[in-house]
Every structure is written in structure tokens, then in C-alpha cells.
Design a protein around this ligand. Structure first.
Ligand code: AHG
Ligand code: MN
Ligand code: MN
Length: 335
């Protein structure tokens, strides 16, 4: 088998040379994060810090380490004007003349760190609008449709980069040589599925339309959906999206009524948008339940969004429940 390195693959596909440089830089950081994660307890990187981030969540040691590695490495690339991270209150300026802005979730699924279960780094790359500074929030407030590249690195049994530059989705596996090597090309989400992923413990907080949809899934063959479903919940969006990209499925973290000012748990700029670009590029759908996530016009760097993504026919069925419902009280908040 001919091994195709990430860099060669992108060049063969006429990817913008400067974009390739930024992706290469991101992968330097992700390799460093992968090394630290692999060492785990040996490197003393497990457990929590005494700090909370801007979202009020306790930071794991690895949240901070991964964030610091990404910041340090991205600063070295003159093409990066600035970056915004889940673990930073405000965007961070890098190189004034840089062409790109990068947003990232340094470590997604970090509640899984201490139990040695899959986590990941999610990233999104935008063009910096002319005349803006890398520390200005407004520069980043672009809809998901403006992303020039998006992806994640899943740190699982193997470390896998999943990338789109707007021309399909490809998997690259990190080899012992330190190279990311193409291992799956032009990934397509199967249009149908019998698998869904949702945190069922929040059921009582969901909108009635979501409750009805999940109730019908649980009825299986005996219900209106006419087939038996299986359920998964890893509590790591990267791992869930990777399953969806690999074998189909529906993943959702829906709106719930616990905090009306937070439409969903996931963050638009570094979770919702990059994952939506990957899923759409692979032929799936990604929605707030009322409209495409990538059409949401962001107003804040850390804003939340309801997310439902995956196999086209299943997402369409879910949207149908919301369309039919007279109780779409979350509709305004979601858009
Ligand atoms: P993060 O670790 O970056 O804060 O993100 C965790 C997210 C997401 O990855 C996952 O799908 C979800 O939170 C899990 O939430 P629950 O703990 O409510 O299951
Ligand atoms: Mn996350
Ligand atoms: Mn995170």
C-alpha cells in the first residue's frame, strides 16, 4: 500500500499552501498532546486543577496543558492572526499580519481523561477579516459557512485526524514515525441508521418534540419508526462524531430548559460549527432541530447551541418532529 502523508495529500488536492501550513502547525501541537495523553499518570497529567474556565467548568490538568500547547505552537506560525479557545476567556492575538483565525476546543470530553477513555481536540479555521485584530471577539463572529477548514484529532486506541478543507472528509492516522497518514478517503455518513446517542438523564428537561422523538425510538419495531434502535453515549463529542462518520448514527445534545440563556451545552464556534462542516461534507446533516447549525450567526465566542447531527434520514425524521410541534419555544433561542 502506498502511504500518503497528510501534507502530500493536501498538496495533491490543490489545497491552499498557506492553509496547509496552518494545518501542519496544528498537527505539531496535536502530536505533543497525544504524547502527553499516552503517558497519562506517568506524566502526572491526570486529575483536576483548582481553576474554573469562563464557562464555570473545573479545568482538568490536561485541559490546561492541551490549551497551552496549542497556544504556544500556533503563536510560532506567522499566518495565524489570533485564536479563541474554550479555555480562554477572550481571544488571544498572535501575529498581526496573519491571514487566519483558529478556534479550538483543546480537549473535548475531558471528563473521560481520568478513566482512560477517548478524548479529542476540535479545531476550526477562519479567514481573518481585513483590519481586525486577533484579540477582537468580533473578528471571529462568522457563521460556520465561512470556515475554510475544520477537523478534530481523536486520541483513542490510535490518534486519528479527521479533516475537511471543503472538499470532502478524510481520516489520517498518526504513525509511530510521527506522520499523519491517509487511512480513509472521502468518508460518507450512511444515510440511514439504527443507532442514536443522547444523554438520557436529561430527558425531563428536553422540549416535548425531542421527548416524543426519543420515546418513539425506544418503542422500536412496535412504534411508528418500525425498527429497533441501539443507544451509545461516550460523553466525548469527538468520539461520538467519529462513530457517526464511521458507521452512521444520530448524535444530539439538545436544547433543554435548565438554563434558558444556554441553548444547549455544546459551544458553537469550536464544537458545533467544525463538527457540522465535517458532517455536511460527509453527506450528513447537522441542525439545531430548527435550522442548519452553520447558518447560525454567532454573537459571542463562547455561545452555546443545540446540536443534532448524523445520518441524513434520521436527522430529517428528528426535524419533522420539531416542525410538527406547536411547542417550539426554543426555536428563537436556537437560531
Ligand atoms: P468538554 O469536555 O470540552 O467540556 O466537552 C464535553 C461535551 C461533549 O464532548 C460531550 O458530548 C458532552 O459534553 C458530555 O456531556 P454530559 O457530561 O452531559 O454527558
Ligand atoms: Mn468539548
Ligand atoms: Mn474541552
Amino acid at each position: 500500500m502506498d502511504l500518503l502523508l497528510l501534507n502530500q495529500f493536501l498538496k495533491h488536492h490543490d489545497t491552499d499552501g498557506e492553509l496547509i501550513e496552518v494545518i501542519d502547525t496544528l498537527m505539531i501541537a496535536c502530536k505533543e498532546i497525544a504524547v502527553q495523553l499516552r503517558e497519562g499518570a506517568l506524566a502526572g497529567v491526570l486529575g483536576s486543577t483548582d481553576n474554573t474556565n469562563v464557562q464555570g467548568e473545573t479545568q482538568k490538568k490536561m485541559d490546561v496543558i492541551a490549551n497551552d500547547v496549542l497556544k504556544k505552537v500556533l503563536h510560532t506560525n506567522p499566518l495565524v492572526r489570533g485564536m479563541a479557545s474554550e479555555e480562554e476567556d477572550d481571544p488571544v492575538a498572535a501575529n498581526e499580519q496573519g491571514r487566519f483565525l483558529v478556534t479550538f476546543d483543546p480537549l473535548d470530553g475531558s471528563s473521560n481523561i481520568d478513566i482512560n477513555v477517548s478524548v479529542g481536540t476540535i479545531f476550526s479555521i477562519l479567514e481573518a477579516p481585513q483590519g481586525t485584530k486577533g484579540c477582537e471577539e468580533s473578528a471571529y463572529l462568522q457563521s460556520g459557512r465561512k470556515q475554510v477548514a475544520a477537523g478534530y484529532v481523536l486520541y483513542g486506541p490510535s490518534a486519528t485526524l479527521v479533516l475537511t478543507t471543503g472538499a470532502g472528509v478524510n481520516f489520517f492516522t498518526l504513525a509511530h514515525t510521527g506522520d499523519f497518514i491517509l487511512t480513509r478517503e472521502n468518508v460518507q455518513v450512511p444515510p440511514e441508521t439504527k443507532e442514536f446517542a443522547i444523554n438520557m438523564s436529561n430527558q425531563r428537561h428536553w422540549e416535548p418534540a425531542m421527548q416524543r422523538y426519543v420515546d418513539d425510538l425506544l418503542l422500536g419495531k412496535d412504534g411508528p419508526r418500525g425498527k429497533d434502535y441501539n443507544m451509545r453515549w461516550i460523553a466525548s463529542m469527538v468520539a461520538e462524531v467519529h462513530r457517526v462518520l464511521t458507521r452512521g448514527g444520530l448524535f444530539t445534545y439538545p436544547w433543554d430548559k435548565r438554563a434558558p440563556n444556554k441553548p444547549g451545552k455544546l459551544r458553537l464556534m469550536y464544537e458545533g460549527n467544525p463538527m457540522s462542516m465535517l458532517i455536511e461534507q460527509a453527506g450528513g446533516l447537522s441542525t439545531t432541530c430548527y435550522g442548519d447549525i452553520m447558518d447560525v450567526e454567532p454573537t459571542e465566542i463562547h455561545q452555546r447551541v443545540a446540536v443534532a447531527l448524523g445520518s441524513r434520514q434520521e436527522v430529517e425524521a428528528l426535524q419533522e418532529y420539531h416542525r410538527d410541534s406547536a411547542d417550539g419555544n426554543a426555536a428563537q433561542l436556537n437560531r
